[in-house]
Design a protein around this ligand. Structure first.
Ligand SMILES: N[C@@H](CCC(=O)N[C@@H](CS)C(=O)NCC(=O)O)C(=O)O
Length: 386
């Protein structure tokens, strides 16, 4: 019943899911055989879902029996098991850039991804609701698919206020996204992938929002095709795992040498961090306050007493490209950002200086100054303190 493809993995997810797109992109980019299954698959219901103790997708099942939930943990597990597949040598600045992109893709781009999915029901709803329904009930009757889809869609759309997406903030979210596309266009006019001639984990993480929602749902897909054709082509290049792209017949099929992070990419990072670093800093403040309030709790205690997997740390107000946004601070993005902090802390001397220079020019310097009062970890797929 498991039937894991020879030398590969099973990916439980959905075509419409942001985080499934991130994992699928990795498997495609690094040519690891996989079979994708819906959460309606009997094995998901009987074995996978009870094992991971959460309904979140994606989940990956490995041939050694490991079952991993959470796209970041999955990519770590894939890198461990398929080191040859993603063996490109990256310098320290490039490695830091990958960590920062995983963070930006996970959270900073969630605002346009969620807005362009849920604020245009006339154009998107039939497709998106259908996609959710099909993942849960295919090949049920159309009415059953619609009923299941509506149930999930209602829950997902209810996340908008948590992200601060409301009438007052929408014009800024849209302008910010259009500027993001403009900057990506300048980058993809010069390079096939984020760090040059081959994809890295950063491209895969970015495929979550940029492909999973923004190049796939009808309204933003059309917008991207019109406003940013080269960025749209990058999503195809990733999906088709192009080793050499027609736009760049002479590009080396590897990341740039000499630890170069292209200026055009740094420009996108600077733009995105301008609307994201305060969210990280204030979320860290909320987390550090939680630690003070819970002094002495043993290691591996869940942040949420109720066992919420990605709990809120309370409300924050942040400046988002000139508009103040009231939203929830989440701990999960801090757990991801902790990886960038750990990476920086592990560097010394000239490598450290080069990484600090990148953080500075990419606009991540305030965020990189964050000090978490305790380490974050995950226990039974729930955020916890270490
Ligand atoms: N941090 C998780 C997030 C996964 C996640 O939220 N997945 C969505 C689908 S894209 C989901 O399962 N949502 C269900 C819910 O929010 O109830 C990851 O990176 O895998």
């Amino acid at each position: 019943m498991t039937a894991i493809p020879d030398g590969g993995v099973v990916l439980y997810g959905s075509p419409a899911s942001l985080y499934t797109a991130k994992v699928r992109a990795w498997l495609q980019a690094f040519h690891v055989p996989f079979e994708e299954r819906f959460p309606s698959h009997p094995r998901y219901r009987q074995t996978i879902r009870p094992h991971v103790e959460t309904h979140r997708i994606p989940v990956v099942e490995f041939s050694d029996g490991a079952i991993v939930q959470d796209s970041t943990a999955i990519l770590d597990a894939l890198e461990q098991r398929f080191p040859q597949a993603c063996a490109a040598t990256l310098g320290p600045r490039q490695q830091l850039a990958v960590h920062l992109w995983e963070s930006l893709a996970d959270r900073a781009l969630a605002k346009p991804a969620m807005h362009y999915r849920w604020s245009f029901p006339q154009t998107n709803e039939a497709f998106v609701v259908g996609e959710f329904g099909r993942s849960l009930a295919f090949p049920a009757a159309p009415e059953e698919i619609a009923r299941m889809g509506q149930r999930v869609a209602g829950k997902m759309a209810s996340y908008l206020p948590m992200l601060g997406i409301e009438e007052r903030t929408i014009p800024t979210i849209e302008q910010t996204y259009l500027r993001t596309l403009e900057l990506f266009e300048a980058h993809f006019a010069a390079h096939p992938y984020l760090l040059g001639g081959a994809p890295t984990r950063a491209d895969c993480a970015l495929m979550g929002p940029l492909f999973g929602h923004l190049a796939r749902d009808p309204y933003p897909r059309n917008l991207m095709q019109r406003a940013a054709p080269l960025t749209f082509r990058w999503t195809e290049r990733m999906t088709w795992a192009e080793r050499r792209s027609p736009e760049f017949p002479l590009a080396a099929s590897s990341p740039l040498s000499d630890d170069v992070v292209p200026e055009t990419l740094i420009a996108v990072m600077r733009h995105l961090f301008a609307g994201f670093d305060e969210e990280l800093v204030k979320s860290a403040g909320q987390f550090n306050a939680w630690v003070l309030d819970h002094a002495g709790v043993p290691e591996f205690t869940w942040i949420s007493a109720e066992g919420a997997d990605q709990p809120s740390l309370g409300p924050i107000v942040v400046d988002y490209h000139g508009v103040s946004i009231a939203q929830q601070a989440l701990g999960h993005p801090l757990w991801i950002f902790q990886r960038a902090l750990d990476f920086m802390a592990s560097r010394q001397g000239t490598e450290r200086a080069a990484c600090e220079d990148l953080a500075q020019t990419a606009g991540a310097h305030s965020a990189m100054a964050i000090r978490l009062a305790r380490r974050l970890t995950r226990v039974s797929n729930r955020l916890a303190v270490a």
